[in-house]
Ligand binder design. Sequence first.
Ligand SMILES: [Zn+2]
Length: 257
Amino acid sequence: MRKTALIALGILLAGVIVYVYLREPPLNQIPKKGTPFCTLLPSSILYGISHDTVTWVGRKTLYWDKKSELRIYFYGGADTLRKKVMKIAQTWAGLSGLRFRQVTSLYDSAEIRISFTCPGYNSLVGKENLQTRNLRIPTMCLEGLDTLKDQPLFTRTVLHEFGHVMGLFHELQSPAAFIPWDTGKLYAYYEREYNWKPDSVDKWVLQLYESVEHSDFDDRSIMLYAVPDEVTKGRFEISWPDKLSQRDTGFLLSNYK
Ligand SMILES: [Zn+2]
């Protein structure tokens, strides 16, 4: 009798360990290589949307095959939250012919795995998502979106991160970007707002991409972040995007249709 009880207890413990192990990804295993840095600039620099031009930056080898189905898994998050993210993400899928299908089990081998607890906002780009098949590692972090009340910010963030899923990089670092940075003020701004050192600003803001396809610079792309006037020479600023631009849509038509 005692032996049976011990075996039952052992099975129960093993079950608990397996459950805990699979349930949430360890936060120290977020993929770094190839992960584009997405960050939230402070709301104090929100500007109204102005002019009507735009662009996209991508890498063909990272685009998905046409009409691919991507499986999407959420580590946690209420059902309503997941549905909200899926609905916004469908904007890309609907225009591209790709299909986004939410799966509810880690064993469904989802290509896109989203956590609301891993640090920051970021995503792997296009087929980079296939490079990590460890199901315990998220491919996209939407930290805190489960408590975010700012609806425009929520929508913009999901659209932006799924732009990375589609294979797009940041527009600010397009080889076609012509931002008249005031480098000294830019460094000071990032130091003040994010505690970034100049080498981080060089890497994530100033350094233009190589080996990418791109259109003319698109100052309304959803893959763009606002540029406050205080970090540029003369009068130059870019407002936050709130939806896919014409060029963003053009990217989908050119590469997925
Ligand atoms: Zn980004």
